[in-house]
Structure formats: structure tokens, C-alpha cells
Design a binder for this molecule. Structure first.
Ligand SMILES: [Zn+2]
Length: 369
């Protein structure tokens, strides 16, 4: 390998070793990467000059001098995520730690117009200014939408939940600062969960928002499928000739498990539905039926993927108190298992899609360091 590219690779490898493993000593890094101590020291000095790492303390001595504990600076870079839904706009700014530093959620109906994108860009700008985030440290903006995004992440191949004309990217480009890319909302939400998950194994994310979608996660990657339409779990048929779905088909999981069905009971206010659920017999019956259908969907995912299923989206955020009921219903459908501990509730209660879209840029930064 060319000398210069070896140097760049060493710098990146050392940064990634600290980033992925947490506090490391110079000796840890040298033995982990098979590099000499002087090479490691030179690179660590450069990373400190770039304000990417710092000494966060000392390791306990095993005789001799205590070794410096090195850690990545979380606020060395930031990324932004904008989640566009039919009636809301959410914006989140995350740091390299994938911690949400600032966020906002505004009720505003989506319109594919210049004034809407201008408004979104202004809200993001205000959030950045208010939180004193240096613009030169912003890696990029991920935009999550309830649509199917093309492989270039600049085009949309299918949109039914919101109305979008062709050529959305150039229209957004007039307002949203570069670089930015488009993401399917459920994939973005799944990515956020994958990053926070301690498990390196496969997981499936089921997003229960106003439209139902999902993501199949492998480690920190999302399976996209041959047509970038993998994990469209919302359009699995669960009831032949059943309820009409917005996609034009009948009996899709989406028609039975959309968050709208619950929110419509309380004039579109999902929080109120769950607040009143404990006292309202009618709501309880309705929700029990909702869980019956959800159990079918979740069990189908278990049969296909044989891995944990994470419930996310607007309904997922409220599922902690009802997970035992869903697990019982799912076990009753499962020929192999006596419990359904594989069903889990999402970590991000809000802003998962915005955070996930932003995480893409954090991931790229770390990989390309
Ligand atoms: Zn459908």
C-alpha cells in the first residue's frame, strides 16, 4: 500500500478503535491494531490536534506509570435529522455519541411546496443557532419521509401517505443545506434502534405509526432488498379480502395496526387514547382487537426472521404497559416457543426517525475517518 494511504488508514483505524470500544490506552490500541507504539502516539497526537479525542483520565496502574485513558470527543461533529410526516415536522440534532442534543416537533401539514421546505430549513437553522452548534461541525442532514426512497437516496419511487411530485431533491436543495439525503421513515427509525442496541445480532423493527412499516437490521446495517422495498411489513396481507389499505389492496397489516386507528378514537390524539385506555371499556375492547392483529403481524415476522422484534413508531412508544398482553397473544400463535420475550419495545420514544436519518452521517464520518 502507498505510504500516504497507509498513514490515513492508521489514523482512521485508531479513531475507530477508540470510537467503537470506548476508553482505550495507547498500549490497547497498539496491540489491537498490531501497530508500533510510536506510530500510535503520532496518530493520537494528530487526532488531538483535530479535536477528535481527549484524555479522560488514567487506567489503574499494574505497576509503572498509569496509562492515559483516551476517548472520542462526542461533540466533535453533529448531524441533523428531519422527519416529515403527514401532519408533523420533527427535527433532531445528534452528536457522534448518537445522543439527541436538541429536538423540536411542530404540528404542520406536509405540502410539497417551496414555503414548506423553507419553513423546515428555517426551523432547523433556529434549532442549530439556539443550541450554539457550530455549523462547520455539522456533517449533514438526513430527511426521513413516509415514502419508498430510490437507491440514490435523492429520488422517491413510491409515495401514497403524502403527495409528492417528481424531482423533490432539487426543490429541497434550494432550501436545505448540503449535504442531505432522503430516507424511508421506518428504515431511519430501525437504524436508530440498531445503533442503540447492545446486540450485534439480527433484529426486526416494526414501525407502528400512521403508516406501518419496518426494517430488517443486521448489526448496524439495514437490508434494503432488490428494489429498496425490503421490510414493507405494513403491506403483508394478514386477512384475505380484509379492510381496505391506503395502498389499494385489502387486508394489509397497515389497515389493522396503523396508529391512526387508535388516535381516531380521540380526535387524532394518540396520547389521550392511551391516557384514557385504563378507564374506558370501549377503548379496551378496541385495543384488545388491535393487539390480536398486531400479534399476527409480529408472529409472522418471528417465523420469517427468527430474531427479536422491536415495536417502534408512535404506538411502539406506548407499548411498555401492554407488552405482556401482546406476548401472550403471540405465544398462542407460535408452534415452537412458550414465551415471546423476543418482542421488545423501542428505546427512542420520540424522534427515532429523525435521529436515524441523522445517524447515517455519523456512521459515514466514522467509517471514512
Ligand atoms: Zn397495503
Amino acid at each position: 500500500m502507498h505510504e500516504e494511504s497507509t498513514k490515513i488508514k492508521n489514523l482512521g483505524d485508531i479513531y475507530r478503535t477508540i470510537y467503537y470500544n470506548g476508553p482505550c490506552s495507547r498500549q490497547n490500541i497498539a496491540s489491537c491494531l498490531g501497530l508500533s507504539l510510536p506510530t500510535v502516539t503520532n496518530n493520537l497526537n494528530r487526532l488531538k490536534e483535530y479535536d477528535l479525542i481527549y484524555n479522560c483520565g488514567f487506567f489503574e496502574s499494574t505497576g509503572g506509570r498509569k496509562a492515559n485513558m483516551l476517548r472520542c470527543i462526542s461533540n466533535a461533529r453533529y448531524a441533523a435529522g428531519i422527519d416529515i410526516t403527514r401532519n408533523h415536522l420533527s427535527i433532531a440534532i445528534i452528536n457522534l455519541d448518537s445522543t439527541i442534543i436538541a429536538s423540536t416537533r411542530i404540528r404542520i401539514p406536509f405540502e410539497d411546496t417551496d414555503s414548506y421546505y423553507q419553513f423546515a430549513a428555517q426551523e432547523m437553522e433556529d434549532l442549530i443557532t439556539k443550541n450554539k452548534i457550530p455549523k462547520d461541525k455539522l456533517l449533514g442532514t438526513g430527511i426521513s419521509l413516509p415514502v419508498i426512497v430510490g437507491a440514490d437516496q435523492k429520488s422517491i419511487t413510491y409515495a401514497a401517505v403524502i403527495q409528492i411530485r417528481d424531482g423533490i431533491y432539487p426543490r429541497m436543495e434550494r432550501h436545505i443545506p448540503s449535504p442531505f439525503l432522503l430516507f424511508n421513515d421506518a428504515n431511519a427509525g430501525g437504524l436508530a434502534e440498531a445503533w442503540i442496541s447492545p446486540s450485534q445480532r439480527g433484529e426486526v423493527y416494526l414501525s407502528l405509526s400512521n403508516s406501518v412499516g419496518g426494517a430488517a437490521i443486521n448489526g448496524k446495517d439495514i437490508s434494503m432488498g432488490n428494489n429498496c422495498r425490503a421490510s414493507e411489513f405494513g403491506h403483508m396481507t394478514i386477512i384475505p379480502h380484509g379492510r381496505k389499505c391506503y395502498c389499494g389492496q385489502q387486508g394489509c397489516l397497515n389497515a389493522y395496526c396503523s396508529a391512526n386507528l387508535l388516535a381516531n378514537m380521540t380526535n387524532g390524539d394518540l396520547k389521550r387514547f392511551f391516557d384514557e385506555l385504563g378507564e374506558n371499556r370501549g377503548f379496551q375492547q378496541f385495543f384488545d382487537e388491535y393487539l390480536d392483529y398486531l400479534a399476527i403481524g409480529v408472529n409472522n415476522l418471528r417465523m420469517c426472521f427468527d430474531c427479536d422484534v422491536i415495536l417502534g413508531g408512535n404506538v411502539g412508544a406506548y407499548m411498555t404497559d401492554y407488552i405482556h398482553v401482546l406476548r401472550e397473544k403471540a405465544v398462542a400463535l407460535n408452534p415452537y416457543e412458550q414465551d415471546a420475550d423476543y418482542i421488545r419495545v423501542c428505546h427512542y420514544k420520540t424522534e427515532a426517525a429523525a435521529a436515524g436519518a441523522a445517524l447515517y452521517f455519523v456512521n459515514q464520518f466514522v467509517l471514512e475517518m
